[in-house]
Design a protein around this ligand. Structure first.
Ligand code: URA
Length: 240
């Protein structure tokens, strides 16, 4: 259980200053709802963004923050740094409190970075089993060939981690530009994969995560809050 999580009975007993036995009775009488559903388990784990309602009284309804940023190159995906500007330096100060980065980009990679204070949501995008697609536009020093498509699809063995990369989709856009779709995020993964062909990455830009595309109206360094639809649909299977 993470620090921001706790048991439902503990939360209600502390919130209303009543015994856990009294909480159990409330639950038995179906008086408590968590995220719209009647709660029956006293041990149910809740977090700071679970909406808790007793009868018609709201005990907790915190509103999470979700932000998309168009990260420029030269900005680091970290909270603080001595040398470089961080993604947090680009946000309005009022927005920063409690936020974390959902899937970092390298210093010299640009594009879509998400920030939130809702770890349940970020985990739904980043846990390995979730396989949320991340799309990158990659500019290469040398010419691409069809061999790359097969190699990316087959996966590559990374000795350091002792893993084989999951099938990745490479689409050739022009001689030196490809769109790559990954469902995982290994350290420097794209650069290492093109490294197998001794083909240095000249430019790397993340254009989408799941169903969410970087807003074309955002200039490098600009950010905006996500809409409710964007938050809810980002990892929905659209059949594409
Ligand atoms: N792959 C990389 O090599 N770098 C990134 O920033 C993202 C994917």
């Amino acid at each position: 259980m993470s620090l921001s999580q706790c048991r439902l009975d503990r939360f209600i007993s502390q919130n209303l200053n009543i015994s856990r036995r009294a909480v159990r009775l409330m639950l038995a009488k179906k008086r408590v709802r968590v995220d719209g559903l009647i709660a029956s388990e006293i041990g149910q784990i809740i977090d700071k963004f679970s909406v808790i309602i007793l009868d018609n009284a709201i005990l907790q309804a915190n509103i999470p923050t979700y932000i998309m940023l168009n990260k420029p190159t030269g900005v680091i995906s970290a909270t603080i740094d001595d040398k470089h500007k961080t993604v947090f330096d680009l946000l309005n100060t009022a927005q920063i409190e409690g936020l974390h980065i959902v899937g970092r980009l390298d210093l010299n990679t640009s594009g879509l970075v998400l920030l939130t204070d809702n770890s349940r949501w970020s985990q739904s995008l980043t846990l390995p089993g979730k396989k949320v697609a991340k799309r990158y536009i990659v500019t290469l020093e040398n010419k691409l060939t069809d061999q790359y498509i097969t190699a990316f699809e087959q996966g590559m063995y990374f000795e350091f981690e002792d893993i084989t990369t999951l099938p990745a989709k490479l689409e050739i856009i022009s001689d030196h530009v490809a769109q790559v779709t990954l469902v995982e995020g290994r350290y420097h993964q794209i650069k290492r994969m093109f490294g197998r062909f001794r083909n240095p990455v000249v430019k790397l830009h993340r254009s989408s995560i799941g169903n969410l595309h970087l807003d074309e109206n955002l200039n490098p360094g600009e950010s905006r809050v996500l809409t409710a639809d964007e938050v809810n649909n980002i990892s929905k299977n659209t059949g594409n």
